[in-house]
Write a protein that binds this ligand. Sequence first.
Ligand SMILES: Cc1cc2nc3c(=O)[nH]c(=O)nc-3n(C[C@H](O)[C@H](O)[C@H](O)COP(=O)(O)O)c2cc1C
Length: 289
Amino acid sequence: MMGVAYPIIGAPMFLISYEELVTAVATAGGLGALPLPNFRTVEDLKKTLQNIRKKTDKPIGVNIHLSGKFQWKKQLALCLDFGVKFFITSLGDPRLILEDVHANGGKVFADVVSLGQGLKARESGVDGLIAVGAGAGGHAGRTSTMVLVPYLKSKVGLPVVAAGGISTGAQMAAAIALGACAVVVGTRLVATDESRAILVYKEAIVAAGPDDIVCTDRITGNPANWLSKSIENFEKMPELGSKKWKALWSAGQSVAQAEDIRPAGLVIAKMVEEYMHTCKELGQSVTDV
Ligand SMILES: Cc1cc2nc3c(=O)[nH]c(=O)nc-3n(C[C@H](O)[C@H](O)[C@H](O)COP(=O)(O)O)c2cc1C
């Protein structure tokens, strides 16, 4: 659908995914995605898109917020000018962008955490869903990825991308086996050379286990997963643009599989290698009687 070698989306992550990570994921054969709230001005976004396009002409995606807080019309026009083909909507009505994105040959997928949200997104005409399962980094729902992906696939009938707890080739194989058309990798990519997370945050992800992750709506008003120690001193979300965000570390349960800080391209390459190996092994796991 998107013309990428591998069905792996490098998650758009607030204050983490910028040109370095997007380019690294795209160059490795995945689809790198930028969260547009990273950019205070349309001019900043333009510079980033120019820098990405200097390094790669591979397909890229963005997470666009349509809540009215951002200049989404200008952001949209700019992204379309730079050939962005994949739009992830999280807040706001996807109908606002569908016509323009489709006219430019792109696709719109909506982040959803439940059947209710999935049906609403289908009604609005999106091309597919991103099923964000429990334990995902960032905002997440309560249903495990293992259950949410086939549930949405059968009840909504749109292509479903799996997000939440996926960072190895075996986890990717499981998601594809469940009917996902692609996977999103977030937390694992925070601990990479190209992520803009500060070093102690990357190191905390490598050191953490799933029990160090807490899901709470205390910070943003919506349930999200955090490294528990990092939110001890926060009662609520800092203002957008505040330096305090640097101390708030979102991460999902897939910290369990983050064993080192490495280049993002190697994370993708290892996933693909492991995916192929897993599929081969699975084919040999039963014998005819
Ligand atoms: C630090 C961090 C920031 C995130 N920021 C965003 C964001 O700005 N927009 C978005 O659509 N998703 C955001 N997410 C969620 C990811 O897009 C993705 O759904 C999630 O990371 C997948 O689960 P995983 O972390 O288990 O791989 C964020 C995730 C993390 C870890």
